[in-house]
Structure formats: structure tokens, C-alpha cells
Design a protein around this ligand. Structure first.
Ligand SMILES: Cc1cc2nc3c(=O)[nH]c(=O)nc-3n(C[C@H](O)[C@H](O)[C@H](O)COP(=O)(O)O)c2cc1C
Length: 210
């Protein structure tokens, strides 16, 4: 049995995940940022969406909406709209990644969903405190299901950041995303064209009081 199989990644900590497919899948899921052009099958898409809607939701609200875009020309148009929106977007806090992303979007060839063939946009009803939590749990189900099916996936935040942009909202409205919905986030899905390495786990994240 290899060290990876034993699940030894934290200093001095071994937990037994050998042979447990769910725990192995959680461990081995990675964010993919390069994709092949191959589209996922309708059956694979169904499986991902089924995983999404079986996530827990606050008060069993299930008020989420998962909008899937697989048409390349629509995705490319959305990318153009996102690039344009970034130019006049003012981040509402000093999270460094936001300014970096704004800068990045000016570069040639920028594509916010990494040219993945499928984008799943998770939105939720307005004035609902658990909107982000519910959609995030559903997205993690999607990511894990994707991994289990041999697909790559990545959390894509740009549409959340630009959720207040009227041009972005107008375009998303064409595909049935209500303008009052909060855009929680989205998932890029496809066949990964490159392996991503696992970032090391930081110390200090866990405290157990017995
Ligand atoms: C809330 C949140 C937002 C994220 N936004 C993006 C994003 O916009 N683009 C991206 O490439 N990755 C995004 N990620 C993925 C993280 O960068 C990634 O999970 C982290 O680097 C760890 O790598 P791993 O997913 O391979 O374990 C996001 C992840 C989370 C949880």
C-alpha cells in the first residue's frame, strides 16, 4: 500500500481511506485549468446535475437554479462580455485576487472558464441568506461527481463578482437566469488536458477538543 493510499498527508496523521471511493475522490479532486475540446456526454451531464440537486439546502429550500451552457459561440460571447465588464468593474473589497483577475482579463486570449466545453452556472433566489452555502454545497457535489466520472472541473468566480453588471445580467437573462437571482458561482467542466498538482495542506486548520 502506498503512502497516498494510506491517506497520509498531514504531519504525523494517518487516516484510513484505503479502498473508500468517496474519501479517495475527495482527496484526488483538483481544479482543472486546461481542457480538451471534447464535450462531455449527456449522461455525464445528467449525473453531475443529479449530484447537484441532491446536495443539502437550508430548510430544504432547493431554491437554486443550475443553468448549463454548452454552446461554444454563447460561451465565447459571454467571455467577451465578461472581459468588457471587468474593465469598468470596481471590486467592493480589497481581496487581492479580484484586482489580479481584473488585470489578467486584459491579456490576449483570456478566457474566464478556461475554454471548458461546459459551464454550469449556479444561481439562487434573492434575499436568501443561505444562497451561497446551498449553491456551494451543490457545486462541490458536481466537482466530486465529475472527478468520479473522470472529468475535470473548476470553480469559476467571475460571474459572481460581475453579478451586478447590467450587460452580464441581460445576457444571462436570455438563457433564463432571472435578473433578481444572485449568481453564486459556476463550474467549468470537461476533460482535463493537464494534471493539476495538489497544493499542500496548511497547518493549523484543525483543532480537536476531547
Ligand atoms: C470560493 C472559491 C472561488 C474560486 N474561484 C476560482 C476562480 O475564479 N478561478 C479558478 O481558476 N479557480 C478558482 N477556485 C479554485 C481554487 O483556486 C482552488 O480550489 C485552490 O487553488 C485549491 O486547488 P484544488 O482545487 O486543486 O485543490 C475557487 C475556489 C473557491 C472555493
Amino acid at each position: 500500500m502506498t503512502e497516498k493510499d494510506m491517506g497520509k498527508t498531514r504531519k504525523g496523521v494517518v487516516y484510513v481511506n484505503a479502498g473508500n471511493e468517496v474519501l479517495t475522490c475527495i482527496r484526488e479532486r483538483r481544479s482543472a485549468r486546461r481542457y480538451t475540446n471534447e464535450q462531455i456526454s449527456p449522461e455525464q451531464l445528467d449525473a453531475l446535475l443529479d449530484a447537484a440537486i441532491w446536495a443539502p439546502s437550508g430548510g430544504n429550500n432547493q431554491s437554486w437554479l443550475f443553468t448549463v451552457i454548452q454552446k461554444k459561440d454563447i460561451l465565447l460571447k459571454l467571455n467577451e462580455i465578461v472581459i468588457e465588464a471587468f474593465q469598468h468593474w470596481i471590486p467592493d473589497d480589497d481581496y487581492p485576487g479580484k484586482l489580479g483577475m481584473k488585470e489578467h482579463s486584459r491579456r490576449d486570449g483570456y478566457n474566464f472558464y478556461y475554454n471548458a466545453p461546459t459551464l454550469i452556472i449556479a444561481s439562487n433566489r434573492p434575499n436568501y441568506e443561505n444562497a451561497m452555502a446551498d449553491c456551494s454545497l451543490a457545486l462541490e457535489n458536481i466537482f466530486l461527481a465529475a472527478r468520479s466520472l473522470g472529468l475535470g472541473s473548476c470553480y469559476i468566480n467571475q460571474l459572481h463578482w460581475l453579478r451586478g453588471d447590467p450587460v452580464v445580467r441581460e445576457y444571462l437573462f436570455e438563457f433564463g437566469i432571472p435578473k433578481e437571482h444572485t449568481i453564486c458561482s459556476s463550474a467549468a467542466i470537461g476533460f482535463a488536458a493537464a494534471e493539476s498538482t495538489a497544493p499542500a495542506r496548511k497547518d493549523g486548520a484543525i483543532r480537536i477538543i476531547r
